[in-house]
Write a protein that binds this ligand. Sequence first.
Ligand code: NDP
Length: 322
Amino acid sequence: MKAIQIQSIGGPEVLKLVDLPIPEPGPGQVLIRVEAVGVNFIEIYFRKGTYKATLPLVPGSEAAGTIEELGPGVTGFKAGDMVASVGVLGSYAEYALVPAAQLIKVPSRLTPEQAAAAMLQGMTAHYLAYSTYPLKAGDTALVHAGAGGVGLLLTQMASRLGARVITTVSTPEKAELSREAGAKDVILYTQQDFETEVKRLTGGKGVDVVYDSVGKTTFDKSLNCLRPRGLFALFGASSGPVPLFDLIQLSSKGSLFITRPTLWHYVATRSELEWRAGKVLDWAVTGELKLRTEFMYPLAQAAQAQIDMESRRTTGKILLEP
Ligand code: NDP
């Protein structure tokens, strides 16, 4: 089978197309024929060595496809089922293994592309809006990178919950997409000082919650955008890791709360995984959640997909097609 493999850490050029044997499912595992691969920022962190992995590595964790073969002991699924998962072992490939415990059946009205586009970023948006800081009508949220994959989905969920959503984006085109997703106010943080703008937009009050996936370049000012006892959810580092932080600042800036959440702790049990995935896939079927899948690349162009993601050229979901 064709797969993308990394033999050393480095730039996008280390993502090589190789031929590998089709893996065999072990106990509790399922072999899927991958039809759509979700590209996520975490693969860039692994490629660069920010997160450590054993090499050689076939990157990726999110995919949708068809079950080819069940490993020993797997029940509840059969060959031919269309499934999706955020727990695929090496999804940048034509075939991949998934622990059955991580597998979700895809509603028949969704394509593999839609399923792969919804799962990881959709469940991330879901846990941020429903669990990390459960939004309610009247809340105000600041969402950075509002036209990104998570950003567009989080904005849709937050505004449906009745929250007022303020987003930041880098270009007027992205601002338009963010508005379409439900943002009430959009700040071009490459041209405007977003802290000043947020204070102006909230009449000096500040927001109830900041959802920050950008990290290094937004962290300090985002803290100043919160109301007293507001919550800071730092869930990514697209611009780089945040600087070391003295907790006393939480006190002086208004008895703030801060958390650094990750999806895995919000889908740790089968019931929570089924709940979040079920909601997100159902909303994709009904159209309550609009998926943006403009950025689709052949598997062999995985390096280009990562280059485009890193250089802020993409909006919505990035997919690879084996
Ligand atoms: P995005 O589609 O949001 O892409 C990243 C965006 O960040 C860019 O499009 C860009 O938007 C913005 N950005 C700002 N500064 C930079 C910079 N210096 N370099 C690159 N991008 C920058 O990606 P995803 O939606 O897939 O993921 C968003 C973040 O959330 C990632 O950091 C990812 O790791 C994290 N994440 C965390 C999860 C968790 O559970 N903790 C789960 C899923 C994702 P603009 O041009 O508008 O500035």
